[in-house]
Design a protein around this ligand. Structure first.
Ligand code: UTP
Length: 298
């Protein structure tokens, strides 16, 4: 039984080059699926999982992201005056309690592991923590991080979210080497970052949700001292396994979209658009028309 997880780290210091030129001035995390920025999807998921403190690892040019969580008093009172209660509710749902959010800077994009390590002073030595990558947007019920917390409550150790991928896609992910397959949960005996084609130990890829034992931070500390270039979170998790500590993978129930890529972002836009009652009919009709036109042109 693990200790309660109440803090989550959101590494948002990457350059977001795949979305240039937009990301010249807008952080990738502020890109919107229908009408809600990626960061809000991540926060909502973390809140549903019982997270109380939200640590953002940011970098230069992420000002819009910090401003987003300020309460919009003028806007709220104007919506209130004009009786737009539904919009007011939407706005209020984004309000965060004072002191619940911390921003830490990563001064150089030295990798995901390094970004997580930047938050070390905001965690106590014996505290497990969650890491949420906002690029991965997940439709799931209950939300993915909650599924993970429920599984972690039984297993303890560290837990990563996993999904099956085709063999030719495995080289884009961290991949688990499986010691024991218990169905939804697997116990890992290794973890490899972006294995060369054909060398992947399984087809279970790790995606952007983690619950990590405090010792992972200790491992990152060590890697920081030894490393010249990028510091990989995968290496710090793999070290847990080498030290004989438990690392599990959860086959979560839900659909994950890689919103760090253009194709994934477009797919998510379609999926979330179709979920909206007020948009669904018009959108379905449009998609049918587009598909029919493309077929006719072929
Ligand atoms: P990505 O590999 O997607 O990199 O990072 P990126 O810079 O965000 O995007 P591209 O590839 O240039 O388009 C995965 C996650 O890790 C964070 C990113 O913000 C993203 O959430 N990250 C990555 C950091 O916070 N710091 C880093 O040094 C690297």
């Amino acid at each position: 039984m693990g200790r309660k997880v109440t803090k989550a780290i959101f590494p948002v210091a990457g350059l977001g080059t795949r979305f240039l030129p937009t990301t010249k001035s807008i952080p990738k995390e502020m890109l919107s699926l229908v009408d809600k920025p990626l960061i809000q999807y991540a926060i909502d998921e973390a809140r549903a999982a019982g997270i109380k403190e939200f640590i953002f690892v940011t970098s230069r040019g992420k000002g819009a992201l910090e401003d987003y969580f300020d309460h919009a008093h003028e806007l709220e009172s104007s919506l209130k005056k004009s009786g737009k209660t539904e919009l007011l509710e939407i706005l209020r749902a984004t309000n965060m309690e004072s002191g619940a959010i911390a921003y830490i800077r990563q001064h150089k994009a030295l990798g995901l592991g390094h970004a997580v390590w930047c938050a070390r002073r905001l965690l106590s030595d014996d505290e497990p923590f969650a890491v949420v990558l906002t690029d991965d947007v997940i439709q799931g019920e209950p939300p993915c991080l909650q599924q993970m917390i429920e599984a972690y409550d039984e297993t303890g150790g560290s837990m990563v979210a996993t999904m099956e991928v085709a063999a030719d896609k495995a080289s884009s992910y961290g991949v688990l080497d499986i010691a024991e397959d218990m169905g939804a949960i697997v116990r890992a005996k290794g973890m490899v970052e972006k294995p060369a084609k054909g060398t992947q130990p399984s087809n279970l890829a790790v995606i952007g949700r983690y619950i990590l034992a405090p010792t992972v931070m200790t491992n990152l500390n060590k890697l920081k001292q030894g490393a010249g270039g990028e510091i990989q979170l995968t290496d710090a998790i793999a070290e847990e396994i080498e030290a004989g500590r438990d690392v599990f993978g959860l086959r979560f129930r839900g659909q994950r979209f890689d919103c760090g890529s253009k194709a994934g972002f477009l797919q998510a836009t379609v999926a979330f658009g179709l979920e909206r009652e007020e948009l669904k009919d018009e959108f379905v009709e449009y998609l049918h028309q587009v598909t029919a036109m493309r077929r006719a042109a072929e």
